[in-house]
Design a protein around this ligand. Structure first.
Ligand SMILES: Cc1cc2nc3c(=O)[nH]c(=O)nc-3n(C[C@H](O)[C@H](O)[C@H](O)COP(=O)(O)OP(=O)(O)OC[C@H]3O[C@@H](n4cnc5c(N)ncnc54)[C@H](O)[C@@H]3O)c2cc1C
Length: 603
């Protein structure tokens, strides 16, 4: 376990088997002065340049997306994560996530253009490029002089990204490669000057990454399909890209031959946590718009915000957004600290960043799934709160709902990310990076033993909730441990089981993050000042436990029989039972009353 500034940083996935002290998590309340200023600047940009022109984005004004991207570049927002040596601001990972968060809520169109450019369009070069490649391309990308696109997906290679048919053939003089093939769903294709293209050399097992320049005046065999007509993110340029004998100098190969799949996957790790961040401010804004409407709109001579049916929605929307913020910034800071540790140990920034993000790939997948689903649910309930008006293009809920939908599909579908999160954890355990075996055995022994009949003292804030989190972890260890024992390397074929286990894992991380954030803040700002945050954390945990119980039961029944099944179901019951059940209706009312009184998301 590593230590910086007297603080423990858990390794990726270790949250499951180690207790985290609330003082060791970073929360949005810990933003530095510089980060607060950045947040203000980005919010102001979002209001002025994006939200003010929402109608034009919805009317598929692709030129506007490009124009606003250029303005974002002029203000430095495209280069937040880029080291100063390559023309960026060289800010840390938390600031990178913060920028994605607050710049993304105006419209999914801009959010996608921004994410594709700063993430998968630029990161492969900053993470894997040679010094010459970085000097040549990154300053142009960091300032918005050029825009980047990422060409991985093909008509027959989507989730199975390494199966692409695009080829790269070395020229007879050994100086260049000729790329031939077809890519589809390429964000920013319509206005990019650079593409990160993945192609296969000969019969290589793995694809290879290339930096390909694109100039419409001198297309070098590159042609673009028409703009796709999409459900949402309507002004995000999405086109097919065709390569016909496109010549790329050998020095534009990224990393080594056959390294492309690794690059693609690591770029996606970064993309996933940034995508989670990019779904946060949308939730805040949707909730704010919804509560403002609910306070105004009267039915039965009563503001609809006063109805319990609406309050329960407002409370859930708020607590989900709060948990999403808590978990995203917790993981972002872990990544930032891990990068700093590696740099202190002598790694180059490039190497440190690569390994730092890779370390938390499990958390990145968890966040991608959880927050993309939260923003979708939030928008869905937003429509419901608006009633018929929610279904109208004239109110913002309709576009928010359509825009939210893509987040579950790109950067690896949520199905793939769910299975990845558990698969990566099992792999880490096998490599000895996370000790799952010891804790899983301890749970098995506990199940065989006689349960304690003592009544613990849960009077201290969150003592019972933290005990419940520890028990949720036992459910995961019980289910995943037994499944690994039963199926061994065949586990990956049991997808429904993996998905159920992933749901348990996700709820543990999200609920624990919300509780740790609130506990830390209650200690410094006082419990009274945090009473609504306490309610949100408790509500989130209660809902999480329901998921854990449901998914745990489903898993156990699917692979265990007879006495083993009975024992595990009893364990599940024991691990999901509160000593003192929270009054969920009271919690929801407290949260909703606060949001109603403030007329906005106010945490
Ligand atoms: C608007 C938009 C923008 C995009 N931008 C880019 C971009 O800039 N660059 C780029 O390279 N790509 C981009 N994509 C592509 C995107 O990453 C893919 O759509 C995504 O990876 C899924 O691939 P697919 O569409 O081929 O679906 P498929 O892989 O065919 O999946 C279809 C369904 O089957 C499921 N499935 C697939 N394989 C498995 C499996 N092994 N086990 C269980 N379930 C499985 C999936 O989860 C999904 O539900 C974009 C897509 C869209 C829609």
């Amino acid at each position: 376990m590593a230590e910086t500034e007297n603080k423990y940083i858990l390794r990726g996935g270790q949250f499951l088997v180690k207790e985290t002290n609330c003082q060791d998590v970073f929360t949005p309340e810990d933003f530095s002065e510089e980060q607060r200023m950045m947040k203000e600047a980005v919010m102001e940009f979002n209001d002025r340049e994006i939200i003010a022109h929402k109608d034009r984005f919805e009317a598929k004004d692709y030129a506007l997306t490009e124009e606003v991207m250029r303005k974002a570049g002029e203000l430095g927002f495209l280069g937040v994560a880029v080291p100063e040596a390559y023309g960026g601001l060289g800010m840390g990972f938390v600031s990178t996530c913060l920028t994605c968060d607050y710049i993304s809520s105006g419209t999914g169109s801009f959010s996608t253009a921004f994410g594709a450019h700063t993430g998968i369009g630029t990161m492969p070069i900053t993470l894997y490029g040679t010094e010459e490649q970085k000097q040549k391309y990154v300053p142009k990308l960091a300032t918005g002089e050029w825009f980047g696109a990422y060409c991985l997906t093909e008509p027959d290679a989507g989730s199975d990204a390494n199966s692409g048919k695009t080829t790269a053939e070395l020229s007879a003089d050994g100086k260049s490669y000729k790329i031939n093939g077809q890519k589809m769903w390429i964000s920013n294709a319509g206005f990019c000057s650079l593409m990160i293209v993945f192609a296969r050399i000969e019969d290589d097992k793995n694809i290879t990454g290339f930096i390909v320049e694109y100039d419409p005046e001198n297309p070098n065999g590159i042609t673009l399909g028409e703009e796709e007509h999409k459900l949402g993110i309507r002004a995000s340029s999405t086109r097919q890209v065709f390569f016909n004998d496109t010549v790329v100098p050998v020095e534009n190969m990224l990393a080594g031959r056959g390294e492309g799949f690794k690059i693609a996957m690591n770029a996606l790790n970064v993309g996933r946590i940034k995508l989670a961040a990019a779904c946060l401010d949308s939730q805040r804004r949707i909730l704010t718009t919804a509560v403002q409407y609910a306070n105004e709109r009267k039915q039965f001579k009563t503001p609809i915000a006063d109805f319990g049916a609406i309050k329960m929605k407002l409370a859930k929307m708020a607590s989900d957004a709060y948990a999403g913020e808590s978990a995203t910034y917790r993981a972002a800071k872990n990544i930032e600290d891990r990068i700093a540790l590696r740099e202190a140990a002598g790694n180059s920034h490039q190497e440190a960043e690569l390994k730092g993000v890779e370390e938390y790939a499990i958390e990145c997948s968890i966040l991608k799934v959880a927050v993309s689903e939260d923003v979708q649910n939030c928008a869905d309930e937003g429509i419901q709160i608006f009633g018929g008006m929610g279904f109208s293009e004239e109110t913002p809920m309709e576009a928010a709902w359509r825009d939210a939908r893509i987040a579950r599909i790109y950067e690896g579908t949520n199905e793939i990310n769910r299975m990845l999160s558990v698969g990566m954890l099992v792999k880490k355990a096998m490599k000895g990076h996370v000790d799952l075996l010891g804790p899983a055995q301890a749970v098995q022994e506990e199940l065989l033993g006689i349960p304690s009949f003592e009544t613990p003292d849960y009077s201290e804030l969150f003592s019972e909730e933290k005990a419940m989190i520890a028990k949720m972890k036992k459910v995961f260890l019980m289910v995943a441990g037994a499944a690994v024992q039963k199926f061994g390397t065949e586990l990956e074929k049991h997808q429904q089981l993996l998905i159920a286990a992933a749901d348990i894992l996700i709820e543990i991380y999200m609920a624990e993050s919300a509780i740790l954030r609130t506990e830390k803040n209650a200690k410094r700002f006082g419990e009274d000042a945090q009473s609504v945050q306490i309610a949100m954390s408790k509500l989130y945990l209660y809902n999480a436990l329901n998921t854990v119980e449901d998914k745990g039961r489903e898993s156990i029944i699917s692979f265990a029989e007879g006495d083993e099944q009975r024992m595990m179901l009893m364990g599940l019951k024991r691990y999901t039972k509160y000593q003192n059940y929270p009054d969920i209706v009271d919690l929801r009312n407290e949260i909703a009353e606060k949001v109603k009184a403030e007329n906005k998301y106010c945490f």
